[in-house]
Design a protein around this ligand. Structure first.
Ligand code: FES
Length: 157
């Protein structure tokens, strides 16, 4: 996996740090490898990153499991990162997520049969003023209700 364009992209990040600080590139390396693997990481890939950076595998696992942007199971073409924190909860986020699950026929952690969508519960995305909200890809969608959420989904290819 760490070869060709993936290797080049990781090397660009490694070059930003002193030679003996290659582990500083752990987060971008995880992101790059995750993208190249269709949106999720595996233990084998994390081990490969550790070997490439010259660090113990646990150092990579710690980062990959701490931050919510890393996925450890297959995801859909569009991953719906659903805010599960207090402001969104108080503004009906849980009820809306239940409607979303019903519409798509999947629970968090699952992928729709056509591979188009997956749902992931995440902690506060820093857009509490727009609760309830979710992030799909790199786009924030705020002040959601059933109508606006389903319209967004229907418009995604
Ligand atoms: S609680 Fe949902 S964005 Fe902060």
């Amino acid at each position: 996996m760490i070869q060709g364009d993936v290797k080049k992209r990781i090397d660009t990040w490694i070059a930003n740090y002193p030679e003996d600080q290659r582990q500083s590139a752990t987060m971008p390396a995880l992101r790059i490898v995750q993208e190249a693997n269709g949106g999720h990481l595996t233990t084998e890939l994390m081990d490969e990153i550790a070997e490439y950076l010259g660090v113990a595998p646990i150092a990579v696992y710690e980062v990959a499991t701490f931050y919510g942007n890393y996925n450890h199971q297959p995801v859909g073409k569009h991953q719906i990162n659903w805010c599960n924190s207090i402001s969104c909860y108080l503004r009906g986020g849980e009820e809306l997520r239940a409607k979303l699950e019903q519409k798509l026929g999947v629970k968090p952690g699952e992928v729709t049969a056509d591979g188009k969508f997956s749902i992931k519960k995440v902690e506060c995305l820093g857009a509490c003023g727009g609760a309830p909200m979710c992030k799909i890809g790199k786009t924030y969608h705020e002040n959601l209700d059933e109508e606006s959420l389903f319209k967004i989904l229907d418009e995604l290819e």
